[in-house]
Write a protein that binds this ligand. Structure first.
Ligand SMILES: C[S@@+](CC[C@H](N)C(=O)[O-])C[C@H]1O[C@@H](n2cnc3c(N)ncnc32)[C@H](O)[C@@H]1O
Length: 293
């Protein structure tokens, strides 16, 4: 990242810019370098105890904070009559894969990091799930391994913010999802609160030379704006049906019951201005039924 790595101020700009703007500013050589940095960082972060202790670290099944709103969406709202032949991108330890598998004919769990794949398969074996298969490939290579139009539902849960080359990823998803099939995404939201948090962290830690001069700290960890996620969908041939925002600040203190808050946020999180402050975005999109196969 040497060319943009000219100092703490460039790093601050790199941190706060929305992902598509940032990517437009990088030369093809730097994007190639980001490929290598992202792969190295993901493998380092999600290997060894990064994989075996992931669920405890994220306090899944223990603290509502870490699985809200993904769990009620994946478990109750999204399945409808079932996910059919599902594909999950960036499946990790399989916490959500197992929930999907109970509501699907089959699940193709796309996960490039071997230790995560091992944890995922062990969890499925423990739960007696026989309809899950792992694809150890990065998102951009989906098209090489998955037949066109062979998937009824693609899900991306909290993984997209680790990926760059997002238009390619959405094009790959559009090729494998059948016309009329669904794309369901839950991702953290890039908004003014996120920018303020990044600036606070930059003041405290990131502006130190030791931090910004390390290539590994330039790895992609870019939350998504509403505009970005809608644009990615439309350009790839998915029609967004619903984009909601969850974790509206202060609401947790007023509505204590998570189930009641979830129902309320599903409506409130679509209201302009209010929705901007939500911490998490959830997208429900459909591949055009008339899209070419
Ligand atoms: C934050 S974890 C989320 C895991 C899981 N979806 C969950 O919510 O528990 C992000 C996952 O995306 C995977 N990942 C990173 N880069 C990827 C890529 N290029 N293609 C597919 N998955 C990727 C990581 O290995 C990691 O398992």
């Amino acid at each position: 990242m040497t060319a943009v790595r000219s100092g703490p101020w460039s790093f601050l700009v790199y941190l706060v810019l929305p992902h598509p703007v940032k990517m437009r500013l990088l030369s093809p050589e730097l994007v190639g370098r980001l490929d290598r940095v992202n792969l190295a960082v993901n493998v380092a972060m999600y290997s060894g105890s990064g994989a075996s202790a992931y669920d405890q670290t994220h306090r899944y099944a223990e603290a509502e904070h870490h699985e809200y709103p993904a769990k009620p969406l994946v478990e109750d709202i999204w399945p409808g009559r079932g996910y059919g032949r599902a594909l999950e991108l960036g499946a990790g330890t399989g916490y959500f894969t197992r929930i999907i598998a109970l509501r699907a004919q089959s699940v193709l769990a796309v996960e490039p990091v071997p230790d995560m794949q091992r944890v995922l398969l062990a969890g499925c074996a423990t739960d007696g799930l026989r309809n899950v298969e792992v694809l150890g490939a990065p998102a951009t290579e989906l098209g090489r391994h998955v037949p066109p139009a062979s998937i009824d539902t693609a899900l991306v849960v909290q993984s997209l913010h680790h990926l760059h080359r997002r238009p390619e990823v959405f094009e790959a998803l559009a090729r494998v999802v059948r016309p009329g099939g669904r794309l369901l995404v839950v991702e953290p939201h890039h908004n003014v609160r996120r920018v303020a948090r990044l600036i606070r962290k930059w003041i405290k830690y990131y502006r130190a030379r030791a931090f910004w001069s390390n290539d590994m700290n330039w790895a992609t960890h870019d939350f998504l704006t509403r505009r970005e996620i809608i644009g990615l969908c439309r350009r790839a041939g998915f029609e967004p049906r619903r984009v909601s925002g969850y974790w509206i600040p202060g609401l947790g203190r007023i509505v204590r019951d998570p189930a009641a808050r979830f129902r309320l946020e599903r409506t409130l999180g679509r209201i302009p201005l209010l929705r901007h402050f939500a911490g998490v975005l959830a997208l429900e999109a459909q591949r055009s039924p008339r899209a070419p196969r």
